[in-house]
Write a protein of this length. Structure first.
Length: 297
């Protein structure tokens, strides 16, 4: 009896299956990003934190030449003043706006011209601008919003909120309960998370969000908020596979069922859905978000 054909068919089938599994795994683990999350990574790579610090409470030293003598001074944090997208792009591209070049040249440490020198592309600089605006929003409007008390809402109140009110209250509650801390500023995603399936915490935009929330199903989103996990993780074959990663991840999501009221959870569901509809937010979108927030503060 000749077993060779059957043997080769078996081996070939197994090899094809292995290739398909590998392709499926690569597809499913392909990382997603947003301008803000890419800008955050570029800020580290380009050395933004090294010179400007991580916040206004993280000073950096420099020296300025005055009357032939070097006098100690500091490097302004990125978030010391409220920048526009264009002003950030100008600084990063050229190292300094032309109107400030003469004064800038008296500094011992001068900002590199990342665009003019070819270190960063226009797209990369735009991503850095988006990141800087998103983080800056936390200080310029976010903390003002955070300091306000949440109103007493009913489920009916949430459904009747105008867009500006939804953004204002959704942003406020998201900051109060820590949504942005893990899901990125404005839910733009990609905070590192060791041993998770994609090695990061997804944001509220893109396919990651849709896959985890049954295509943006509000019932599924609510389940995540209440229990810190999706319903699909609790049952089925794929749920069993996902559970392994879910249990192993370094940063698990907490459940807020005993922390938030039902209307507050309704508000977060509606706000997360609104953020998802905005998609990955570039610098222009974040400026529009800031204006909407400011108009309703």
């Amino acid at each position: 009896m000749n077993f060779r054909p059957a043997f080769f068919v078996t081996v070939g089938t197994a090899a094809a299956f292995a290739v398909l599994v590998g392709l499926f795994y690569r597809y499913e683990t392909k990382p997603e990003s947003s301008p803000v999350s890419r800008g955050a990574q570029l800020a580290t790579t380009a050395g933004c934190y090294a010179c400007h610090g991580t916040s206004i409470d993280d000073p950096r030293a420099n020296f300025r030449l005055r009357d032939s003598a070097w006098e100690p001074t500091g490097i302004a944090p990125i978030w010391e003043e409220e920048h526009s997208a264009q002003s950030i792009i100008t600084w990063v591209t050229h190292g300094v706006p032309e109107s400030k070049r003469a004064s800038h040249e008296n500094l011992l440490m001068q900002m590199p011209a990342y665009g003019d020198d070819g270190h960063l592309t226009e797209a990369e600089i735009a991503d850095i601008a988006a990141w800087a605006l998103a983080v800056g929003l936390k200080g310029f409007q976010g903390y003002d919003n955070l300091d306000e008390d949440m109103p007493e809402l009913t489920a009916a109140d949430v459904t009747e909120l105008a867009e500006g009110e939804l953004v204002l209250l959704g942003d406020r509650l998201s900051r109060k309960v820590g949504c942005y801390q893990c899901h990125g500023e404005l839910g733009q995603g990609r905070i590192d998370n060791l041993a998770s399936f994609k090695r990061y915490i997804p944001g509220f935009q893109g396919d990651d969000f849709l896959k985890l929330t049954d295509n943006g199903n509000p019932v599924e989103i609510r389940h995540w908020i209440e229990h810190g996990r999706g319903r699909d993780i609790e049952s089925g074959l794929m749920g069993g596979l996902a559970q392994g990663y879910f249990d192993a991840q370094a940063i698990p999501m907490p459940g807020y069922a005993d922390v938030l009221s039902d209307p507050e959870i309704d508000l977060l569901v509606a706000y997360v859905q609104w953020l998802h509809r905005q998609g990955p937010m570039d610098a222009t979108a974040i400026e529009s978000f800031a204006a909407l927030l400011d108009d309703n503060l």
